[in-house]
Design a protein around this ligand. Structure first.
Ligand SMILES: C[C@@]1(CC(=O)O)C2=NC(=C\c3[nH]c(c(CCC(=O)O)c3CC(=O)O)Cc3[nH]c(c(CC(=O)O)c3CCC(=O)O)/C=C3\N/C(=C\2)[C@@H](CCC(=O)O)[C@]3(C)CC(=O)O)/[C@H]1CCC(=O)O
Ligand SMILES: NC(=O)c1ccc[n+]([C@@H]2O[C@H](COP(=O)([O-])OP(=O)(O)OC[C@H]3O[C@@H](n4cnc5c(N)ncnc54)[C@H](O)[C@@H]3O)[C@@H](O)[C@H]2O)c1
Length: 146
């Protein structure tokens, strides 16, 4: 089970291991709330390299990269490595989202609609992201027309 929480990210740097399509999409959405990221991967998407607030390091992951990060996204295309990152994170007291294995994640992200200080966040306990997006879009349309 996942507990819906709102976590303070003031002064935090978010670590993303992997710099491909999924990493880029995660950073784009997270940018609504945070503007301090470190991306580590041998190959990093050009768009990520050009983003303000994103420090890019072009090399393979090492467990030491986890140091001083509360939130980590294991977003490589290597399933085994993504699991290893989650296991390493126990020692460093980080929370990890494993992008290809919700059941192995410490946290998952809801589908969000923001209106100023108000946030609508829809989740499916990590089970059905399409249903979360659909319900978020319905709520958004309702709120925009009422
Ligand atoms: C809501 C949102 C928030 C966010 O990510 O910030 C989010 N996914 C978004 C987008 C998105 N997700 C996917 C595509 C590609 C679609 C395609 O290609 O067709 C896109 C589109 C895109 O990226 O643009 C596919 C996908 N997603 C997951 C898997 C793995 C799996 O289910 O096993 C696969 C299949 C991989 C595969 O099979 O290859 C897993 C997760 N995705 C979740 C959240 C968590 C569940 C939340 C819940 O409880 O419902 C969870 C469990 C973990 C997590 O990632 O936190 C964001 C909404 C954007 C918006 O706001 O509109
Ligand atoms: N959670 C989600 O929303 C979601 C959505 C779609 C796909 N996925 C899953 O996400 C995974 C990644 O997909 P993608 O499209 O971003 O892949 P991609 O091929 O575009 O990118 C993979 C990245 O992993 C990096 N990488 C590989 N080995 C590494 C290492 N040792 N250390 C650090 N980085 C390393 C590569 O350099 C590259 O930057 C896939 O397994 C896919 O199934 C998740």
């Amino acid at each position: 089970m996942f507990l819906p929480l709102s976590i303070s990210v003031s002064g935090q740097q978010i670590l993303i291991v992997g710099g491909g399509k999924v990493a880029l999409n995660k950073v784009r959405r997270l940018k609504r709330f945070v503007n301090n990221f470190k991306v580590i991967a041998p190959e990093i998407a050009e768009e990520l390299k050009n983003m303000e607030g994103v420090v890019c390091i072009e090399r393979k992951y090492s467990h030491k990269d986890l140091s001083d990060h509360l939130l980590v996204y294991a977003a490589t295309n290597n399933h085994k490595l993504n699991h290893q990152i989650q296991a390493d994170a126990k020692r460093y007291r980080c929370l990890v989202n494993v992008v290809d294995d919700p059941g192995y994640s410490d946290f998952v992200s809801p589908a969000i609609y923001q209106m100023g200080e108000m946030t609508v966040a829809v989740g499916s306990n990590g089970k059905n992201v399409d249903a979360s997006i659909l319900l978020r879009d319905k709520i958004k349309a309702f709120l925009q027309h009422n």
